[in-house]
Design a protein around this ligand. Structure first.
Ligand code: HAM
Length: 451
């Protein structure tokens, strides 16, 4: 048997419906914030990630899926979305559009050659946003609040937002120097990765998973003490806007992020859910004011975040959040004879073209087994075809919940179903354990979102 590659998942059945629900919710949130969808290639030239994400990030040095195509070009499966979006912004000269900032969002698979474990995959799906063309701290707060509000709308309770500022180039240079001076005398106590980082990007030492909890790390200089006045003021403004937006956060000087393109604001949203495991960063992002220039574009600032949908699904599962998934169909068309089957063939098409969610029998089951199949599909109504009824231009419709049956005139079937289903909507079971009838916990109140 051929099995799926390590660190990849097949998403199907109810799980796929949950993913679709979450994706639709994200689309709806982006509509509200006026972000536009962007789709970029799943592979790009390797150079984009080396220059964009950075030579000192684990993602590029250890985790990319690289290949040489048949034209001898070095290609890489995208490990993240920001570099591709920025490449597209530059290549398509979006900076020339007068409606700056350009606010974009994406939802797609990324590839990282990681050691797989729960919440850490080799094929991962990220939802992300990027705002290009505004350095206003208000955008930083908007992007952070957008991530937080998505988690809130999903119904997640246990989240913690950590923010930090890496400051501008000048601040980071001072800080880098301070870190080198601090860590240099202890180089022998550090892991091999950190020895390398000391040379390439000492900030990344603070992100170390091996030495992370050591005293040496705890007493390391903090970036906040090295921010120049301008960077400090900017960070204060981000916090002011977050306060205005009522977003709770913690300033955590240890947040430095694993990608090289960040400056100023960086943030991570942590899952504070029991039993979640070590891969508890649900989403993360920050400002990257130098990236567009680094990739040969004009000097244009950027800010964004990405969240792993797989990790979000894990959090939903751990917090036992009931998603309002409609796992039912409107009607199941049943038949026995060949003429009834011919009629069923055209009827299901007609119903579907008129907006009903309809299914029928395809495996030769007898009538009794078709009733069971209709139950398996959670069919609200049964349309039971019968040659005699059809001769009289009638059709039997059974409410599969109340079990009431009605002979309906053929010409009247659509209206009848429509009317019955809109009445039935009021008592439809959303699958939420707490609610016998339609659960409104996801669609009422100030946060109500329709999609
Ligand atoms: P990142 O921190 O590398 O940032 O990834 C963002 C999120 O993707 C993580 O918080 C996590 O939820 C998810 N993720 C990352 N790696 C894995 C994995 N191996 N398995 C499962 N989920 C994973 C970025 O990718 C930046 N591009 C974010 C950004 C956008 N910054 C600015 N704009």
């Amino acid at each position: 048997m051929i099995t799926k590659p390590k660190g990849c998942h097949d998403i199907y059945g109810i799980e796929a419906k949950k993913w679709k629900y979450i994706s639709n919710l994200m689309d709806a949130v982006c509509e509200r914030y006026n972000y536009e969808f962007i789709r970029t290639p799943i592979f790009e030239s390797s150079e984009l990630y080396h220059r964009g994400v950075g030579e000192s990030s684990d993602i590029v040095t250890k985790e990319t899926y690289d290949f040489v195509d048949r034209g001898d070009r070095k290609m890489t499966l995208r490990p993240e979305g920001t570099a591709g979006v920025v490449r597209s912004y530059i290549e398509n000269k979006m900076y020339g559009d007068s409606k700056q900032p350009i606010k974009l969002y994406y939802n797609g698979t990324m590839y990282r050659y990681e050691r797989p474990q729960s919440g850490r995959d080799r094929e991962l799906t990220q939802f992300g946003v990027e705002v290009l063309g505004s350095d206003d701290p208000m955008i930083d707060a908007e992007v952070i609040s957008m991530a937080v509000n998505i988690y809130k709308l999903v119904g997640l309770k246990g989240i913690k937002v950590n923010i930090n500022s890496l400051g501008d180039k000048e601040s980071r240079n001072h800080y880098r120097q301070a870190l080198v001076e601090y860590f240099q005398p202890h180089i022998d106590e550090m892991c091999d990765d950190c020895k390398n980082r000391l040379e390439k990007n000492p900030l990344r030492i603070l992100d170390c998973k091996v030495d992370g909890d050591s005293e040496l790390m705890k007493n390391a200089p903090k970036i906040i003490d090295y921010l120049n006045e301008e960077s400090k003021e900017r960070f204060d403004k981000v916090q002011k806007y977050l306060d205005l937006l009522d977003i709770e956060y913690v300033v955590n000087p240890r947040i430095v992020r694993g990608l090289d393109y960040y400056d100023h604001t960086v943030f991570e949203v942590e899952a504070m859910v029991e039993g979640f495991g070590s891969q508890n960063v649900l989403g993360a992002g920050g400002r990257y004011n130098g990236l567009v220039k680094e990739l040969d574009g004009p000097e244009i600032p950027g800010m964004g975040f990405a969240m792993g949908i797989g990790r979000l699904m894990l959090a939903i599962e751990k917090e036992e959040i009931p998603l309002p998934i409609d796992n039912s169909i409107d009607a199941f068309v049943m038949y026995v004879s060949d003429t009834e089957k011919d009629y069923a063939t055209t009827l299901v098409q007609e119903l579907r073209m008129n907006g009903f969610k309809v299914d029928t029998e395809y495996t030769g089951r007898g009538l009794k087994a078709q009733f069971k199949q209709a139950d398996r599909l959670n069919s609200k109504f049964l349309i039971i075809l019968n040659d005699e009824d059809l001769k009289n231009n009638e059709i039997k419709v059974k409410n599969n919940i109340t079990k009431e049956e009605q002979l309906v005139e053929l010409d009247y079937l659509m209206y009848y179903l429509d009317e019955m289903l809109s009445m039935d909507d009021e008592s439809y079971d959303c699958g939420c354990e707490d609610h016998e009838h339609k659960c409104h916990c996801h669609d009422e109140g100030d946060d109500a979102i329709k999609f």
